[in-house]
Design a protein around this ligand. Structure first.
Ligand code: FEO
Length: 398
């Protein structure tokens, strides 16, 4: 395995996970990478490590540059296991007593994860690592997206190591933004933001302000995240995308997400999709039979409206809808125009329960839920058209 040169003295030495599809409940159809970087200066510094199981790949790439035992120190920007899981194994290879620098919370979290290991964990606020001709500056990025998260900036070459920030899940042989079309990268970055970072939108907005005010952004030539592509050609592009996403400015777009038992709720979803489409709204029709919850979250991120359809089963909403709502709530998806609908055979609680959940999430609900008993007939379609009109009228006001 070969390292990739990022710029003079800085190398990518991470791992490519072509096979991962389930990233703690988030679908990653294109796999992912666990990016780690080696800074070769008077001291040799490894910035972040890789998921457990990928130690050999990381050590193989380092060994093409230097004997791993010559690495002097490690900086851990983020303690989640996809970046820290290999830390004990890596430290055994480079020297167990060598320092591992992290934020105060990072030190605590790494202790918590590897309490059986004698890691030499140091808080960067108390013990500042030296490099040589380069220097390290640390930026507290708490809750982007863990309490331990921090950025490391090297002003001399203008390299920002941004851990999960500005990342995306994409396993490929390409390492740089100038090797992959922007449209593909934008979609992957939006998907990543929607499923990882949405709950921390406010904190991300503040970090964007901080990096501007401190001059870090203006001095950054290359952004090196812990997943996916290194932004070397035009790092401003991903920063601008983040600024757009934290603004929560909705697109003229609606998501119709539903599940169905005997195709009746599906029929209702198709009617709604058709009616919204006639109002020049970009509509994403997502059956949960074929679409993962994380795809719905990704499509919902920039959508003005999300309409949710469920059959009723044993007096409840369909389990896949309960799963979706739990996921959207955990991501703190808000500021949406919402609506609920569904077919039922007997009592028909499903759509009512969804409506109550959407109200609890603070969504604007311009229409009562639409429920149809058994198979929809022509006369049942008018309430759906009315619902589509109410949602579209609300979108028009934005
Ligand atoms: Fe890529 Fe929060 O770990």
């Amino acid at each position: 395995m070969e390292p990739i040169k990022i710029c003079d003295n800085v190398f990518w030495v991470g791992a490519v996970d072509y096979d991962i599809r389930d990233f703690h409940g988030y679908l990653t159809p294109k796999g992912s990478t666990y990016n780690a970087y080696l800074v070769v200066d008077e001291k040799i510094t490894l910035i972040d490590t890789v998921r457990h199981g990928f130690e050999d790949e990381l050590l193989s790439r380092i060994s093409k540059i230097v004997d791993p035992a010559k690495v002097d120190q490690v900086i851990s920007n983020h303690a989640e296991m996809d970046h820290s899981g290999s830390l004990p194994g890596i430290m055994r290879a480079i020297g167990a007593s060598k320092p591992v620098y992290a934020s105060a919370m990072g030190v605590k979290n790494l202790h918590g994860q590897f309490h059986g290991e004698s890691l030499n964990l140091l808080d960067v606020a108390k013990e500042h690592p030296a490099s040589g001709k380069f220097s390290f500056k640390f930026l507290d990025t708490k809750m982007i997206h863990w309490p331990d998260s921090m950025f490391t900036f090297m002003p001399e070459p203008g390299v920002l190591f941004s851990q999960d920030g500005f990342g995306l899940h994409f396993a490929s042989t390409e390492r740089f933004d100038d090797q992959v079309p922007w449209d593909l990268l934008r979609g992957l970055a939006v998907n990543y933001f929607a499923n990882i970072l949405t709950p921390y939108t406010v904190q991300i907005g503040k970090i964007l302000e901080t990096v501007k005010e401190t001059g870090i952004l203006q001095a950054t030539r290359i952004v090196c995240p812990d997943h996916g592509i290194v932004w070397r050609k035009d790092p401003a592009k991903i920063v601008e995308l983040y600024a757009h996403l934290v603004s929560r400015k909705p697109a003229r777009k609606a998501v119709v997400a539903f599940d169905t038992m005997w195709h009746s709720t599906e029929y209702m979803a198709r009617e709604l999709t058709d009616a919204l489409g006639t109002r020049d709204i970009d509509v994403k029709y997502l059956s949960l039979k074929h679409s993962h919850r994380s795809e719905v979250a990704a499509e919902a991120l920039e959508a003005a409206a999300v309409l949710i359809g469920t059959p009723t089963i044993n007096n409840q909403m369909f389990p896949s809808l309960a799963d979706l709502l739990c996921y959207l709530k955990s991501l703190k998806v808000k500021d949406k125009i919402g609506a609920s609908f569904g077919s039922h055979g007997w009592s028909g609680e499903g759509a009512k329960l969804v409506q109550a959940e959407l109200a609890g999430m603070g969504w604007k609900l311009p229409s009562p839920e639409v429920r149809v008993q058994w198979v929809p007939k022509e006369a049942d379609l008018q309430p759906l058209k009315d619902m589509a009109k109410a949602v579209a009228d609300e979108i028009d006001k934005i």
